[in-house]
Structures are given as structure tokens and as C-alpha cells.
Design a protein around this ligand. Structure first.
Ligand SMILES: NC(=O)c1ccc[n+]([C@@H]2O[C@H](COP(=O)([O-])OP(=O)(O)OC[C@H]3O[C@@H](n4cnc5c(N)ncnc54)[C@H](OP(=O)(O)O)[C@@H]3O)[C@@H](O)[C@H]2O)c1
Length: 272
């Protein structure tokens, strides 16, 4: 069975729990994150510094990982950041930062790993999307755009690489606890005087509440590890509470205007 896994964003939240689960299941885990260069580590994993937005860092990570454990069988892209803000007022720099990490970083890691996997006759690529890869909610515009990009990219990737023995899985988590506030920035565009301020405070309070009371991240890590042990990898792994799954179903079934009347008031209550 394929055993060497590279996992990005493994120093915190779902990446950390997934790395731990993979190690417990006997995979050889090469974990990447920027803070591993500052002494942070995950038990049972080879922890290497990795900034997915830097070509130099990605190349150094790959070289050290291959030297230590050979080519990867599996790549898990989990590195991600979020900047809460209003679509109208995101500074370009913030939009680009989210896309650089969540989408361009993911795409670059795929480009790095695939030739190595091909030399072994195939492999598996796992990308962390989100429920936000399937629908939009207020004040997560930058993040939602990046996760929709991942969904579309992975659909194409799966079609292109199937004949090469490569399987692709997109993980679509709903709200989970355990993520760090450090990766949930607030846009500079919604300061004093912003016409969005009241709605932003209300909407982001709901988002924060749902995440704090979210699902167990350890259970998600376990599900990803179990999926990777299957003979055939599922194309999609949605891990969410019933209400968030229902939202996805309604998003696909209802006319867009009607769905907005369901989801909007949930976040913005009487402001909607
Ligand atoms: N938590 C949830 O409810 C939830 C729901 C849906 C989807 N997700 C997705 O799951 C993933 C993890 O999110 P999380 O909230 O659980 O974890 P988190 O606590 O927000 O951790 C983010 C991780 O990304 C890493 N990271 C950020 N920028 C990076 C960069 N440039 N290069 C390499 N690593 C980088 C961080 O490590 P360093 O700072 O050490 O580099 C950290 O390990 C993300 O893709 C997120 O979109 C999470």
C-alpha cells in the first residue's frame, strides 16, 4: 500500500489532526508548515519547514522529504488562511494573500509532487476545500473564492490524471473546532465608517460561534486517514453536521434567489 504522505499546513487545526491520524495509521508522514522552521513539531511525523507561497521553500521541502523518505505516494494540501471581509472593500493585497496560500500554493505543491508520483506509477492527491467550496456565505468572499477555485481545479486534475494512476480527493469540512485565530484575519476594508460594519459584526459573530461549537477535528483526521486506506479513494469527502449538509443540498436544489433568503437571515438575522 502507498505509504509516504506529504501534508501541508500540518502545524495547526485540521492539518495537525490529520497528520496525527495518518501517523497513527502507520503512514510515513512528512509534515510541512512555516512554524516547523521555528521549532514546532508533531509527534510521529517528520516536520519540515514549508511556506507554500515560496518557490524556494517548496523546492527545499521536496528535496529534504525525498532525501529522507523517497518520493511521495500521497500529497495532502491543507495549508489555508482566511480573511473575513466585505467583497467590495477587500484590499487587493488581502485577496491575493488568500489566493496565494489557499489556491496557488496548492496548485504549486501538486505540480511538484505529481512527477515524483508518476515515477512510482501513480499516487493520490488530497485537497482541503470546505463547505465554502460549495456555497458562499457573507464576509468569507476571499476564502470562498479560493475554495471554489480548488474545487474546479481538482475536478479537472482528476480527469487529466486518472489514466496515470492518480486519484484525487477533495475534503469538504463544515465548521470544526480547533483551528487557530491566528489564521482568521479581519480585512482592513471593514473599519470605522464602513457601510458593512454592523452586518459584518453580526455575520462574523455567527461564523465564530459556529466554529467554536464545530465538529471534532480529531474525528475528521481519522476519516481522512481511513479514506486513504481504501482501495479506491472517494472523489469527495464531505465532513459536516446535518444542517450544513442540508444547506449544500438546498443550494443545489433551490433557485439562487430563494436559497439566499434561507442562508442570508441565518447570518444577518433582522438586518437581512
Ligand atoms: N477549521 C474549520 O472549521 C475548517 C472548515 C473547512 C475547511 N477548513 C480547511 O482546513 C484547513 C485547515 O484549517 P484549520 O482552520 O483547521 O487550521 P488553522 O488552525 O487555520 O491552520 C492553518 C494551517 O495552515 C498553515 N499555513 C498557513 N499559511 C501557510 C503557508 N504559507 N505555507 C504553509 N503552511 C501555511 C499554518 O501553518 P504555519 O503558520 O505554521 O505555516 C497552519 O498549520 C484549511 O485549508 C481550511 O480552509 C477548515
Amino acid at each position: 500500500m502507498a505509504r509516504v504522505v506529504w501534508i501541508t499546513g500540518a502545524s495547526s487545526g485540521l492539518g495537525l489532526y490529520t497528520a496525527r491520524a495518518l501517523a497513527r495509521h502507520g503512514f510515513t508522514v512528512v509534515a510541512g508548515a512555516r512554524s516547523f522552521g521555528r521549532g514546532k513539531a508533531v509527534e510521529g511525523c517528520e516536520c519540515l519547514e514549508l511556506d507554500v507561497t515560496s518557490e524556494e521553500s517548496r523546492a527545499a521541502f521536496a528535496a529534504r522529504a525525498v532525501e529522507a523518505h523517497g518520493a511521495p505516494d500521497i500529497l495532502v494540501n491543507c495549508a489555508g488562511v482566511l480573511v473575513l471581509g466585505a467583497c467590495e472593500s477587500y484590499p487587493q493585497e488581502e485577496l491575493r494573500r488568500v489566493m496565494e496560500t489557499n489556491f496557488f500554493g496548492t496548485a504549486a505543491m501538486i505540480s511538484l509532487a505529481l512527477p515524483l508520483m508518476r515515477e512510482k506509477g501513480g499516487g493520490r492527491v488530497v485537497c482541503f476545500s470546505s463547505i465554502n467550496g460549495l456555497l458562499g456565505i457573507p464576509f468569507e468572499g476571499a476564502y470562498t473564492a479560493s475554495k471554489h477555485a480548488i474545487e474546479g481545479y481538482c475536478e479537472c486534475l482528476a480527469l487529466e490524471t486518472r489514466a496515470m494512476g492518480v486519484e484525487v480527493m477533495v475534503v469538504e469540512p463544515g465548521d470544526h473546532s480547533g483551528g487557530s485565530r491566528a489564521y482568521r484575519g479581519r480585512s482592513a476594508g471593514v473599519g470605522e465608517g464602513s457601510p458593512y460594519l454592523a452586518a459584518f459584526e453580526r455575520g462574523t459573530a455567527v461564523i465564530a460561534h459556529d466554529e467554536e461549537h464545530g465538529s471534532d477535528p480529531a474525528a475528521l483526521g481519522e476519516k481522512v486517514a481511513r479514506a486513504l486506506e481504501k482501495r479506491r479513494l472517494p472523489r469527495k469527502l464531505i465532513v459536516a453536521k446535518a444542517d450544513q449538509r442540508l444547506a449544500v443540498v438546498l443550494h443545489d436544489l433551490l433557485p439562487a434567489r430563494l436559497f439566499a433568503r434561507v442562508i442570508g437571515p441565518y447570518y444577518l438575522k433582522d438586518l437581512y
